[in-house]
Write a new protein. Sequence first.
Length: 149
Amino acid sequence: MRALRPLVLGCAIALSGFGCGSDDGEDAAAPATEATTSAQSERCTPVSSDFMTPLGNGMNDMEVRARNGQAVESGDHDGIYFVSAELYDGGVEEGTIGTWATTSLGGAEAIWTVDDVSKQYSALRDGTEVADLAMSDDGAQESRDCVAG
């Protein structure tokens, strides 16, 4: 089944050029857009409450909450996962996404801040200082893209 995925994906992209339906081009573009999103999200792993609860407990303001946590394992750091989540409530602007890092998606290990948003809203250790983590590292931006959709 897995071997058929590239073939099916290739056919979907090829057929999208023939444009079924309306003349405005929207229908023809839809399969290619879906294929791009699927390829981008292959590394995304939804994060369970096992991680989200300790993350929430680490917020500066207990009214600020996190949802839709998505993790991507870094190719630059062994055993490091970048986790991004959307923040809401407590006066946080809609669509605000923060990025953290950890060695355990089960919430049993340290959680470090990585971007300015995570540093602003949580009282966790600075991963840029402790573990030389950065948003330019493999997996960091991709985890944000997983949350943004």
